[in-house]
Every structure is written in C-alpha cells, then in structure tokens.
Design a protein around this ligand. Structure first.
Ligand SMILES: [Zn+2]
Length: 522
C-alpha cells in the first residue's frame, strides 16, 4: 500500500483492532485409537471474506446470550460463556450437540432442534431448557486461548476446547454458507496434507494437530498449553504453508492495515521478502526471527523487495546491518533506481527469472514483473505448491491504491489478468492481512471491482462530470468524505486508462470528456 499516513492512521496503527471473543472445538471421535486420534475439521467456504478456503475447527464468535446459558460444574462465568459459545457453534455448524440429556434424542429430533435455533423460534438457552438438556463444563477441556495476529482485519481471542463426539452423533456440515465441507481425519494425516501444501490453515490448528499426533497421553492438556501463544501471546511467526513464513511487522501503512507482512521463504536456503518496518523494536523482532532460522540451520540467500514503498523497505538497511553486511539486496531495476541513495540494491531481478531455493522441499520462485501499483512491482510464483507472493498487487486486507504516476491502472489490470492465468494457484500471500486461501475468487473479485468502477466513471464522464473531484462525488458514494482525496487519485488512474483506451480525452483546460459525447450537446 502507499505512503502518507495521516495522524488518524497512526492512531489506528497504535491501537489496532480489539480482538473479539470466540470459541472453537477440537472434536475427537469417541473410541478412536488413542495413539493416532481422529479429529473433525472443516473447510471454510471460499466465499468467506475472512480466511476463505482455510481448514479450521468448528467455532465462532461469542453471542450475548452465551453468558445466559447455564453451564454446570463451572465456577467462572467467563469460562461458562465460552463453553456455551463452543457448544452452540458446534451444534450450529456441524450438528453435534454436546449436552447432558441429548443422548436420548434421535437424529430427526436433533435436526428439528437445529431448525428451531436457526429459524430463531428459540434461542440456545431456551432450547436447552425446553428439551431438558444441560451443558456440563467437564465435557469441554480448555486447551488454549489464541489471539489472531494484529495484521488481521478481524481479530479473535479464541478459546479452544477439546471434546469427544457423543456416540450416535455423526458430525456433518449443516446447510450454512460458512463451511464447504467437514471430515474426520487422523491428526497425522492432516499434518501430512499440510506438509504437501494441499491445505492451508492457521497456527492454532496446526499446533493442535501436532499435539494430537503425539497421541492422547495423560499430559495432553499440558502439551497443548506448553506454548506461549496458547496463553494469548499473539503469534508472530506464521507458517500458513511449509517453507513460507509470514512475519507481520508494524508499519506506517494505509488503514485499515497496520502491519506489512515480511515473508521468509525456503525450507533450507531462504529469501527474506520486504523487511518492512522502520520501527526499531519491530526490526529487532524480525532480526531475532531471522536468527532463529539461522539457528535452525537455514541459510539466508538474499533480501528481496517487491516494490519501493516505504511501508515495504523500512527495515532493509537495519537487517543488512544486523547480518553484518553479508547479505545482498535484490529488486527490479525500476525499484532500485527509485531507491537510489537510500537503499543499496546489489542485484536486479527480471521478469521470469527463476530463484531456486535449496532444501526439502526445494522451492522455485518465478519472479513476475507486475507493474500497476508500482512500476517495478514484483510477484513471486512457486509452481509446485501453487503459492503466489503478491506484494501490494493483491492484499488480504484493505484495498490496493493505484496512485499515478507511479501507479498505472492499465498496467495494473494487465498484471491482474496475468496472475489470473497462472495454472495452479492455491494460495496468495499478500503484503497486508492474512493469506488468501481462495485465490481465483479473490482475483476475479479484484478484476470485477475495478471493471465496475471504470464503467461507472466512464458513465459519469458521459453525464458531464469532468474532473476527478466531481467524479468522486458521483461515483464514490460508498466512501467516507475523509477518503475522497485518495479516491481522486484512483479516479485519475482510471481516467488515464480510459484515455489510453481511447474512451475519454483530456481537454486543454484539464477537464475530461468522453470521446463518444456529442460536442454540441455539452
Ligand atoms: Zn505499496
């Protein structure tokens, strides 16, 4: 994203988003082999804006009535509300009802209860009371509380509970649009699928699977709670995919983003993409992550820059210095030229260049020159795993600013089209926000959004709006007036594209006119 943080942006960056309470259930199959347990996981729908396409455990946000749902054997009202939330979400999402008394209900009765709940004929506490059921805290074992990293558009403080699926109940994804599918899996197999880059998931799920894969030993809960992230310390090093570590750092970026994702890519030999933060504390955090990787026996190949913006390059010099100057910096030539004097770029990266990274798995990044947001913008495609590092071209949070003259809408649309044709896209790693597990849906959305805006802008010009300010007033009715200055830059980018496409003309007086407008009518 671009530069010029306002005072307001800095305040947002400092405060971040307050995490909302949520609960998730790690559901185990009763009678499962305790050395190799089976767990139920779900795939979030690709249509979901947040973590669409990700594998997760059933769960969701706390609702006001959860605190009113009685939970037996529970002293702490907060924990009781979270258990009620977990039980309700489990029932709503996969139709498993963990409540004392529910064992006498038939499958048909459970379906009818779910219908009562979904049609809002009854709330969850009413429903439990009506059918003589009650929740019991001993059915839910607390195994950690994980907070979404601050890079996220939505942040959750999620309580995880282990629970056993009651006999005679078979989980299935209910008709709701949030989930695509759900299945029992051996924890070991789930990890193997993650290792093979077939699925994408978040750190608490991966931690749970790894813990379960070690077997259902007596100290299971302790093992779950053995990491600081299970006690609310936000995760910093996020490995959505093996060999792709995302390390968000706080930067002066464009709201709603507050962080830029630095990526450390490679299983043995690694490249560090966008050491972004100008903040010393954040630079130190990244440096210690790099030191950890070196300690694990990895080697640094080079630092790579996706593009020139300050919220992407703020930590380059500090990291080079931290590594004793023994690391080279690579970027597109246009980026290098623009940064001349502030950052020393040792090597130019060209379109279609292949960067082979030794290790197991061996990763092969194909550089793609994708101008539009910035002239020298680079994306990196890893063909075997279908991962695409998208820089600021496609982001998991907020919108992409095309600000002329550095930004160019025609180039941007071409770049998006080019990314869209990649044969085997499975995940996008943008510079802001979480990874994107529904790449095709996301790219199509981006293209559709710009195309729609362009059509509206052209229509406005045809109707006589002839300056960016006037067009913004007519077209960007969904945008807060405070953001109008930025919207005018985007409109200018669209107008330049329309001009290049021969659909509008810039008159000598600085106003725009549609080429198919009858001059006598204006
Ligand atoms: Zn940018």
């Amino acid at each position: 994203m671009s530069t010029n943080p306002t005072a307001e942006a800095q305040t947002t960056a400092t405060l971040g988003v307050t995490p909302k309470d949520a609960a998730a259930v790690i559901l185990l199959r009763a009678g499962t082999d305790s050395a190799n347990p089976e767990v139920f996981w779900v795939r979030r729908s690709e249509r979901m804006a947040f973590l669409g396409g990700f594998h997760a455990f059933p769960g969701g946000q706390l609702d006001a009535l959860d605190a009113e749902t009685p939970v037996e054997n529970c002293e702490d009202p907060e924990a009781g509300a979270m258990i009620a939330c977990a039980a309700r979400e489990l029932f709503e999402e996969i139709n498993v009802l963990i409540a004392r008394g529910a064992e006498v209900l038939t499958k048909g009765q459970r379906a009818s209860l779910l219908d009562d709940l979904e049609s809002e004929r009854m709330t969850f506490p009413q429903l439990l009371r009506h059918y003589g059921l009650h929740l019991d805290a001993t059915d839910f074992t607390f195994v950690g509380r994980w907070v979404t990293p601050p890079f996220s558009p939505r942040r959750f403080d999620t309580w995880f509970f282990l629970a056993h699926c009651p006999a005679k109940q078979e989980p299935h994804v209910t008709g709701d649009a949030e989930l695509d599918a759900g299945e029992w899996t051996k924890a070991e197999e789930a990890i193997a699928r993650w290792q093979r880059s077939e699925v994408i998931t978040v750190p608490p799920v991966l931690h749970a699977l790894k813990t379960l894969a070690e077997g259902l030993t007596e100290n299971l809960t302790e093992r779950f709670l053995s990491v600081s992230q299970a006690h609310g310390v936000p995760v910093r090093r996020i490995e959505f995919r093996p060999g792709f570590i995302c390390f968000p750092v706080r930067t002066p970026t464009k709201p709603p983003a507050t962080h830029t994702n630095c990526y450390l890519v490679g299983s043995q030999e690694i490249v560090i993409i966008d050491p972004a933060s100008p903040d010393e504390e954040e630079q130190q955090a990244l440096a210690s992550c790099v030191d950890d990787l070196l300690g694990e026996g990895r080697k640094i190949r080079e630092i790579i820059l996706t593009h020139l913006h300050p919220d992407h390059i703020g930590g380059v010099n500090a990291l080079v210095q931290h590594l004793g100057g023994r690391v080279s910096v690579a970027a597109h030539q246009l980026t290098a030229e623009a940064l001349d004097g502030s950052i020393r770029v040792d090597r130019f990266i060209e379109d279609e260049e292949i960067i082979e990274l030794e290790g197991e798995p061996r990763l092969s990044l194909r550089a793609m020159h994708t101008p539009g947001h910035a002239r020298g913008h680079l994306c990196f495609y890893e063909e075997a795993t279908g991962a695409l590092i998208t820089g600021d071209n496609i982001v998991g949070l907020g919108s992409v600013l095309i600000d002329p003259p550095e930004g160019n809408m025609r180039d941007y649309m071409r770049s998006l089209e080019r990314l869209r044709t990649l044969p085997h896209l499975t995940v996008l790693f943008g510079a802001h926000g979480p990874a994107i597990g529904n790449p095709r849906v996301k790219i199509d959305e981006y293209i559709a959004h710009r195309t729609e805006r362009e059509a509206k802008i052209l229509a406005a010009v045809r109707e006589g709006a002839d300056t960016p300010a006037e067009i913004v007033a007519r077209v960007y009715t969904d945008v807060h007036p405070k953001a109008h200055a930025m919207a005018e830059r985007a409109v200018l980018a669209h107008l330049e594209k329309l001009e290049a496409d021969n659909l509008v003309a810039l008159r000598d007086d600085g106003c725009y006119i549609a080429n198919d407008t009858n001059p006598s009518a204006s």
